[in-house]
Design a protein. Sequence first.
Length: 343
Amino acid sequence: MDALRDELLAGFASLNATVAQYLASQGLDEATVNHFSQCFSANVGAGKLHRGLATLYAGKQLAQKPVSVDQSRQLTLLAWLAEMLGAHYLILDDIMDGSTTRRGELCWYRQPQVGLMAINDACLLKSIIFFLLKTSFRHHPAYANMVDLFVDTGLHTELGQLRDLAAAREPDAEKFTMDQYWAIVRDKSSYSISGPLTLALEYWQLATPKNLRQTRAFSVALGEYFQVNDDYVDVFGDYAVTGKHGTDIQDNKCTWFIVEALARADQEQRRRLLEGYGRKDASRSDEVRRVFAELELPQAFGAYEGEQRAKIEGIIAAVDEDDGLRRDVLQAFFDGFRRGRQF
């Protein structure tokens, strides 16, 4: 998929220039335009590009005829819009979580001369999505649906974040439930998967009710798989690989691991979990990890992963391709996530 990545990256400089020209046309001074261009490069262009690659891949593969140069350009733009939405939420998520690093670098809000200006940077990234949609797709038959898709994806991501943050305020982790956890996941994670797929379907006018239902079922299952994997990485991941220090334990997050641990723990283990969970002391977090290990949660995670993998494979196998959705595209999405969420 190196060629796909190269194609996506080839469109970035002109997009950044287009955004800068628009800001300058609104009377912003050179220093402010340069600030936002740096924000754009650091948070959109320097990411892992999962959403963008997913959008571009699906757009290319779901085409039912040869893709023209102009269509390739439009699909590349849609891919970057998907990346911009993801970057918007990552900037804000880092602020809300009090994170220090992302991808091995200081978070945007921790960069010199940025601070809480990052909040407005994130908001502007999201607003520019709709400006670019209007300037480039207003005459596309699915323009209104594409606008609705970005609005709905944003709304559900924010609902998931609200559930997540509200749960973290609960002082008693014993009250966390698996139903509560899956509700967070359905909003916060699955829409980041269904968004790229649905965007490609809308572009080619293949977003039939059947295709949307099938895409949603696949995305919910893969979103669950992804989030439990993400929970594992947060607790047990290697910083040298992830470039990010996990904070779920300290931040009192409702995760698969704490819900499973409390369901399995004896009285003494429960006491140790509740004394350590949600505390900022690193030694207490380490104690919680030790209890997780005693309860063989890494092994339980492996079992869950196998079961969920079989479930997703079953969903893919049952896809009806009559309306243009393709099983091989969904399989490529799944394989990409299993390889580290990359195509």
